[in-house]
Design a protein around this ligand. Structure first.
Ligand code: CA
Ligand code: CA
Length: 419
């Protein structure tokens, strides 16, 4: 029994040893023939004729390198010794002695050739990642379209033109558009400037209108900066806004209704008649009285100069008219509103003190003015005229002058205002 037992034990040990050896060999062969995933590391985008280095991660053995496309070559160390000369994508293949193989597609960007969208083909529904920058050329950036259908209809894309796209899952080509370059060639040197003007002919340099400047950026002219072109005339700003050579035209241009006839202070009807009770004649002294008489006549109160001159209480001091008393005596419907003096010594440009458009509105609203102006025979203030209107360009006050000298004036010393 014990011998039999011993024989069984010996048999079992031998069997266990055989099994152990078998498992060990099986494990060894299993280990020796298993493959690792390897990864090619190195740049994914290169320019034509450039070199680049690649290596593998996790290769359990030696690596042999191969390359396809565009005449490029790669040496045994994974160095791209001859870069791709031009168009097309290239594929680098690393074969590890442990049996694993890895391929890597490389994008080629260069001055105006082809790009291969390497992302294409990894997913049958996605050629490349939407919005991904697939290349840059000059100052253009090229973006990926997301689907075959988009790829096929992308010819309207403003930044480049698809010239070929078979839209199979592995190939989607974009060509930098020669057409685009023809349409938009560099037309200027960056930094260059030129004058520019988009207003109508004949308006540049007139009134407010002036040229601007265009600056060249990236070979193309930028927008015109700083130019001033015609706009509708703005009343009362003293500027020629529509650049037609006239300032504030159409803004004034008013003549009062019922323009009175001239009452000349010197007239054969009163050749040597004294003014008021002075020793001076109406011809010498009667401008204010004449202006006010014309004003009253235009406002429906007809009277004549000799009648006014005969009104003993209508004058004050040394023969100055009393505006209110004359109106009270001959035209009580009209009131003396205001008196303004801008200068007692020399007339001043009325536009310094009076807004032309406002003056026109005043006259339209029934206000009437007698202007204090320069004496026709001297340089100082000493004469009165009746304001009948304002010129089209707002620059001149049109008057009826008792001395029959002025028809329009631009400078005044002051005014008397009535309504
Ligand atoms: Ca104008
Ligand atoms: Ca204007």
């Amino acid at each position: 029994m014990s011998a039999t037992k011993k024989n069984w034990s010996t048999k079992n040990i031998r069997l266990a040893s055989v099994l152990f050896l078998f498992i060990t060999i099986a494990f060894f062969f299993s280990f020796a023939t298993s493959s690792h995933a390897i990864t090619i590391t190195g740049t994914e985008t290169i320019t034509t004729n450039s070199s680049a280095s690649y290596s593998t991660a996790d290769c359990n053995g030696t690596v042999s390198w191969n390359i396809t496309g565009t005449g490029a070559s790669i040496n045994s160390n994974g160095v791209l010794t001859t870069g791709p000369a031009s168009c097309g994508g290239i594929t680098i293949t690393a074969s590890c002695s442990d049996g694993t193989i890895e391929k890597k597609e490389i994008r080629i960007t260069n001055s105006g050739q082809w790009i291969k969208i390497t992302e294409c083909g990894t997913d049958s529904a996605t050629y490349c990642h939407a919005g991904e920058v697939i290349g840059k050329y000059w100052y253009h950036t090229y973006y990926c379209y997301t689907s075959p259908s988009a790829c096929q209809t992308a010819t309207s894309c403003p930044i480049y033109t698809y010239v070929g796209c078979n839209c199979t899952p592995s190939t989607c080509w974009v060509k930098y558009s020669a057409i685009y370059e023809w349409q938009c060639p560099a037309v200027c040197t960056s930094g260059q400037t030129i004058p520019c003007y988009s207003g109508a002919g004949g308006t540049q340099g007139v009134g407010i209108c002036k040229a601007g400047t265009q600056t060249c950026t990236n070979g193309q002219w930028g927008a015109c900066q700083g130019e001033v072109t015609p706009v509708a005339e703005i009343c009362g700003d003293g500027k020629d806004n529509n650049c037609d050579g006239q300032t504030d035209e159409g803004c004034c241009g008013y003549t009062i209704p019922n323009v009175p006839s001239l009452i000349p202070q010197c007239d054969t009807r009163w050749p040597n008649i004294k003014y008021d009770n002075t020793q001076k004649t109406i011809c010498k002294k009667g401008c204010a009285m004449s202006s006010l008489t014309m004003l009253m006549n235009s406002m429906g109160c007809y009277t004549d100069l000799l009648t006014v001159n005969g009104c003993s209480e209508c004058f004050v001091g040394a023969g100055s008219v009393d505006w209110e008393k004359i109106l009270g005596a001959f035209c009580p419907s009209v009131s003396y509103i205001d008196s303004k003096t801008f200068s007692k010594d020399a007339p001043q440009p009325f536009k310094q003190f009076i807004d032309s458009v406002q003056l026109k509105q005043d006259m339209e609203n029934g206000y009437r003015y007698i202007l204090w102006v320069k004496s026709p025979t001297g340089s100082q203030c000493g004469h009165f005229v009746f304001l009948k209107g304002i010129s089209e360009d707002c620059n001149k006050l049109e008057v009826i002058d008792p001395a029959n000298t002025y028809t329009a004036i631009t400078k005044i010393c002051g005014y008397r205002k009535f309504k």
